[in-house]
Design a protein around this ligand. Structure first.
Ligand SMILES: [Zn+2]
Length: 217
């Protein structure tokens, strides 16, 4: 049984490594930054180009627009719950997040930078008490890395645009990927068609229903 569990993890890690390698060709700067002696400087410079967190979420496709903020700046725009989850890697108590059982259509955006992370079409009821998705909206919008902070070996999921901690990914999800992205609600803002993503504290308030036509209020 233990052997099977390790085998499962090995397969998951291989999948993630393959995904990371395929992305590396497209995005040599993201995690590759650590290998660069001027990585932090480069990141800070890119942050200068993307100071506004309200920039278009589509900018997540643009690697040059990495969002860099100081700890003080994050504390200023995020609620305490959002900050603990996204910047300190805390995990919500199961069943307490506002998107646990949400079935509303839309796209879940990063609450720190507005990047599009998960489509509601990939959300499923996992019974775990956390919003669960079987794939990201775009694999380039999330990063994964081994998380050795707990006795249980896990794979952490972060926002590729701002490094926000989102949750973890496991290999017990449904087809076709077999993956379960287990994500904290506090890291997300569900955006219906015609609505704009909200950043930080603004995302705490309940959304009003999107108007069906000409979405703008
Ligand atoms: Zn983000």
């Amino acid at each position: 049984m233990r052997y099977q569990a390790w085998l499962g993890w090995l397969v998951l890690v291989m999948i993630l490594c393959a995904a990371a390698c395929s992305r590396a060709a497209d995005r040599p700067r993201r995690h590759g930054e650590a290998d660069s002696p001027d990585g932090n400087e480069a990141r800070a410079k890119r942050g200068d180009d993307a100071k506004s967190p309200d920039a278009s979420p589509d900018a997540a496709d643009d690697d040059a627009r990495f969002v860099h903020k100081t700890d003080r700046e994050w504390r200023k725009i995020l609620s305490s719950r959002q900050y603990r989850v996204t910047r300190e890697k805390a995990t919500e108590e199961p069943g307490t997040g506002k998107y646990c059982h949400t079935k509303d259509p839309g796209v879940y955006h990063c609450v720190c930078c507005g990047a599009a992370l998960f489509d509601s079409k990939a959300k499923f009821e996992s019974g775990t008490g956390w919003p669960s998705f079987w794939k990201p909206a775009d694999k380039k919008h999330v990063n994964t890395a081994l998380d050795l902070s707990a006795p249980e070996l896990r794979v952490e999921v972060t926002c590729a645009r701002c490094d926000a901690h989102l949750g973890h990914v496991f290999d017990d999800g449904p087809p076709p990927t077999g993956l379960r992205f287990c994500i904290n609600s506090a890291a997300l803002d569900l955006v219906a068609e015609g609505q704009q993503p909200r950043i930080g504290r603004k995302a705490v308030a309940p959304r009003t229903k999107a108007k069906k036509q000409h979405g703008k209020k």
